[in-house]
Design a protein around this ligand. Structure first.
Ligand SMILES: [Zn+2]
Length: 325
């Protein structure tokens, strides 16, 4: 079963209005415990100022033709929905938020110390929380999540990651929203992530293999796409894989017939207290929301990727992913 609307910060969003979408971005990356204890740090958190700054950046990409962004900031990355609501008040772009946990190996102790097999036992509340975020709303905001997020990094499926994938899969079955799984392309952990999710009964078209685009291994990527998974070509601007390699990989996969399996994004933040902004802007000068619109799409066109193929990756594929099924 599917519906015609998805959840967004401003309320139900008609699928027809999702439009050109950046499917893996962040607005704020925050470390609340640090802010509580060292509030005088230079990266001082000033909500209204940061909300206006984020809205300005989002308004810029709206002018460049982007209609929707998916903010994949979940527990572990400092999700703060009241702050996102302040951003949404100053921009017309659609913002879809998400739920889940970002960790590479161990669950945060709040979850890890409870539940079956843990030292203190008791009920495991992950599914309860994730389902509530999707069906009722997050905290007291009433803003519902439209995507699930988890990670399988180089450490693979540890005991805690197995618990997380089980909870995310259970939530996916109950709610129908899609999953983005962060993966490590060097370790090719997308393969392992999919093996686990498929064992848990998740359909491949409900899964985006996040950071697949860090890889230039066309065979690895083709094998994932052949299974019906979505490839997240979603770190444009992060120079650990060069612009040339990222663009060439997308163009090559288009030629191989995988246009209908790719989505493009940056994994960028407007404000992220976990990185040094000066260092980042020097080492990764194109790591921002506008890079795809300004640089990547024109370069793909120059390399023979057609306008309709670009529309497939920017509009149709995100819509098919976000549609609740
Ligand atoms: Zn991310």
């Amino acid at each position: 079963m599917s519906t015609n609307t998805i959840a967004s910060v401003r309320g139900p969003l008609d699928l027809a209005n999702v439009g050109a979408t950046l499917i893996h971005e962040h607005i704020f990356g925050l470390s609340p415990e640090i802010h509580w204890n060292w509030p005088d740090l230079p990266e001082k958190w000033d909500l209204e100022r940061r909300a206006l700054e984020a809205a300005e950046r989002l308004n810029e990409i709206k002018r460049l033709g982007i209609d929707t962004i998916v903010d994949l900031t979940v527990i572990g990355l400092g999700r703060c929905i009241p702050a996102i609501e302040r951003v949404a008040a100053h921009t017309d772009i659609n913002i879809v938020v998400s739920t889940g946990i970002y960790t590479y190996d161990r669950l945060p102790p709040y979850f890890g110390n409870k539940g079956p097999g843990s030292i203190f036992g008791g009920p495991d509340r992950m599914v309860e929380f994730f389902v509530r975020d999707i069906t009722e709303g997050i905290g007291e905001t009433g803003v519902r999540a439209g995507m699930l997020k988890c990670a399988v990094d180089a450490a693979g499926i540890t005991t805690d990651i197995d618990r997380l994938l089980t909870a995310v899969s259970e939530t996916q079955h109950r709610t129908g929203v899609p999953i983005t799984v962060h993966t490590d392309s060097e370790a090719k952990s997308g393969t392992e992530a999919w093996r686990a999710l498929s064992r848990l009964g998740v359909a491949p078209d409900r899964v985006v293999i996040g950071h697949a685009g860090d890889s230039t291994d066309l065979d690895y990527l083709s094998r994932l796409a052949d299974r019906g998974l979505w490839l997240g070509m979603d770190r444009f601007g992060i120079e650990t894989t060069s612009f040339e390699d990222r663009v060439a990989t997308v163009a090559a996969l288009c030629r191989r017939g995988y246009t209908e399996r790719m989505v493009l994004s940056h994994d960028a933040y407007s404000f992220n207290d976990r990185v040094d902004p000066v260092v980042v802007s020097k080492a990764h000068p194109n790591y921002h929301y506008a890079h795809i619109s300004r640089d990547v799409l024109p370069e793909l066109r120059r390399r023979g990727v057609s306008g309709s193929e670009i529309a497939t990756m920017m509009v149709e594929n995100p819509r098919r992913i976000l549609e609740v099924q």
